[in-house]
Ligand binder design. Structure first.
Ligand SMILES: [Cu+2]
Length: 209
């Protein structure tokens, strides 16, 4: 997936503010991505259950050169787009947000949520719909496969320090759930593993490297 160079800096800033206390696993479309086909929905997936309390979705109307400068100050020109509110106030890891029909252009999403333990968290991401964009549909990029090191195993939960998973999830240390504890009972702290995760962030497969 191509990344808009102009967004790399803002992506970096978003990431560093997001990691302060935000358990974001990934978003779809990926932050900074350029896609050919307008998505019908967005996803925000947290590493632990959280409730979305506000989602502001806008078309960016300033030109791209300006966006780099003004975007960093957080005052790029935006035309708000109304969304329905079905996705709000549900406690879940994975949140799906329906979108109206989108024209070509750059779109920004700013969201706020409450984590399970009551922390307010927030973040933002940008994507572009353009004929120059990637052919990949948003569903094509969801195979979350990668490698990591086991940090802890407890019942049906396993904490893994993982590298990037597929196209979407950056490297991080996080806890995964499994449906059956037999899947992870043979692993212990320090094991180097290959993993596959689904879009609900359940661990589907784990094997020694
Ligand atoms: Cu992760």
């Amino acid at each position: 997936m191509r990344i808009l160079g102009i967004f790399v800096l803002s992506l970096f800033l978003n990431f560093s503010t997001a990691t302060a206390h935000s358990p974001v696993g990934f978003v779809v479309p990926k932050d900074g991505s350029i896609i050919k086909k307008a998505p019908e929905k967005m996803e925000i997936v947290f590493t632990a259950p959280a409730k979305l309390i506000k989602v502001e979705f806008s078309k960016v109307t300033s030109n791209q050169e300006k966006l780099l400068l003004s975007g960093l100050l957080g005052n790029e020109a935006l035309a708000p787009i109304k969304l329905d509110k079905e996705h709000l106030m549900k406690e879940s890891r994975r949140h799906i947000i329906s979108l109206p029909k989108l024209d070509d252009g750059i779109y920004k999403t700013a969201w706020r949520a409450l984590s399970e333990d009551g922390h307010a968290i927030k973040g933002e991401f940008i994507f572009e719909v353009s004929p120059k964009g990637s052919d990949l549909s948003v569903d094509d990029v969801k195979l979350l496969i990668g490698e990591g090191q086991v940090k802890r195993v407890r019942g049906t939960k396993i904490t893994i320090k993982h590298g990037p998973l597929g196209e979407l999830m950056p490297a991080m240390t996080m806890e995964f759930n499994v449906s059956d504890k037999k899947l992870i009972s043979n692993f212990k702290r320090g094991d180097e593993v290959k993993i596959q995760v689904n879009e609900e962030l359940q661990l589907l497969k784990i094997e020694s490297k």
